[in-house]
Design a protein around this ligand. Structure first.
Ligand code: HCR
Length: 407
């Protein structure tokens, strides 16, 4: 039986025109004009929070002394983030929605309060490029000495549906117990496509694979198969963790399941289940944000508040009016910068040259088959702890308590 159309009766015409328009768009998802019922009130800068909505899992690897088990905990944390990253919106709202397209310099800042063991985890997310749209983020937990930073852009194409390639990567850094040398994990980002577009209830399915390569000599590979041919379940994946020196054919651990639901981790030799994860049984920790009136004018929730309120009310004339205000201000800002021969100063990140990249990261990128494609992200973006420490009010209030990672 084929699924029923979820398009509201009054939106059928606009949905059909939207479907026609995506067959010929230019690859920039932000340029798509979607019907109101598919518009989200959330900006893409907010999506960076999905990386650490289970703070205890985020910091767990830093407490593990065994390097293989540590690499496994990094893999487990990564897999646990997929539910939030790719299907939390369809679960909550009934379908995927088109996020608000962040403007250059837009910020999303917050923190997760943890118990005595986990401590505080701090997030900064910044739109570091508008053309091409690129979001960078840094998530730090000072108590456990863990930091994640990364950036991403999306390149879309159309072939029966929307296909999205993610460009960018994430870098997870910890200091193993009893060591004073940092260990780094370079994480590639999965490709995805949108399913059920024709029925007006789009949702994300991941495809191809992701790699996590570590400076300690471990590699994790995750293969996404969508609706598994054996299980018949959507969001199916299989993963393995192996030593770089021994290769994929000699895994230490294997993992199978659904990234949106639950998975089991097995010892590859004994086939014993050594750990499991169930996203439905593990609620996320809410991110704490500063009250709207104390936020910086560039912070997402404050900057988009009128747009979001009017999307909710369904007043599309007001939505377009408030969006135009932001766009006009941005155009004026760019004009001034051009006139004065300067560039917008990013508050928390710097663009670095490929040649200036840390040789260890270059080696990990090679091992992960990751081309840096700087033209598609506006550069390589790295968090600048000094900038974060020197950041001025009002965003310093959050940034000042941990983002500097006291170096
Ligand atoms: C629904 C459709 C009509 C419009 C297209 C929406 C399109 C722009 C959205 C849909 C899903 C979005 C992904 C989202 O699943 C999760 C992430 C992970 C996050 O870390 C970075 C952003 C990204 C890739 C979103 C990009 C925008 C997507 C593709």
């Amino acid at each position: 039986m084929s699924p029923q159309s979820q398009v509201p009766a009054h939106s059928k015409g606009s949905w059909t025109s939207f479907l026609k328009s995506i067959a010929s768009f230019n690859g920039d998802l932000s340029s798509l004009t979607a019907p109101p019922f598919i518009l989200s009130t959330t900006s893409l800068t907010e999506y960076s929070a999905y990386w650490a909505e289970h703070p205890a899992l985020f910091v767990a690897p830093a407490k593990e002394a065994d390097p293989a088990k540590r690499a496994l905990l990094v893999l487990k944390w990564f897999l646990s983030t997929l539910h939030q990253q790719y299907c939390s919106r369809s679960e909550k709202l009934g379908s995927e929605k088109k996020p608000l397209n962040p403007f250059l310099g837009e910020l999303f800042i917050g923190k997760w309060d943890g118990d005595a063991e986990v401590g505080e985890t701090v997030l900064v997310s910044e739109q570091v490029s508008h053309h091409p749209p690129t979001t960078a983020y840094a998530i730090s937990n000072e108590k456990n000495g863990v930091q994640l930073q990364g950036y991403n852009a999306q390149k879309a194409s159309f072939s029966s549906t929307i296909l999205v390639k993610q460009i960018g990567h994430a870098l997870y850094t910890l200091t193993p117990p009893g060591s004073n040398e940092k260990e780094q994990y370079l994480i590639t980002l999965p490709s995805l496509h949108i399913e059920s577009l024709i029925y007006g209830s789009p949702f994300v399915e991941l495809e191809k694979s992701t790699k996590i390569v570590s400076s300690s000599g471990y590699v994790a590979k995750i293969d996404y198969s969508g609706k598994g041919w054996l299980s018949g379940k959507k969001n199916t994946f299989s993963a393995s963790l192996y030593k770089e020196s021994e290769g994929e054919k000699h895994p230490i651990y294997t993992i199978e399941g659904q990234w949106s639901d639950k998975f089991s981790i097995k010892d590859a030799r004994t086939k014993d289940v050594v750990d499991t994860w169930n996203s439905k049984e593990n609620p996320v920790t809410p991110l704490a944000l500063a009250p709207l009136e104390q936020q910086d004018l560039y912070e997402s929730r404050r900057a988009w508040s009128d747009v979001a309120a009017n999307i909710q009310k369904g007043d599309m004339d007001a939505v377009s009016g408030y969006k135009t205000r932001i766009e006009t201000a941005q155009r004026e800002q760019r004009r001034l910068e051009k006139e004065e021969g300067r560039e917008w100063v990013r508050r928390f990140f710097n663009r670095i040259e490929e040649s200036a990249e840390d040789p260890q990261i270059q080696r990990l990128a090679k091992l992960a088959d990751l081309p840096l494609e700087t033209d598609k992200t506006g550069g390589i973006w790295r968090f600048d702890a000094q900038k974060a420490l020197g950041a001025q009010p009002p965003y310093h209030k959050i940034g000042g308590v941990g983002l500097g990672l006291a170096e």
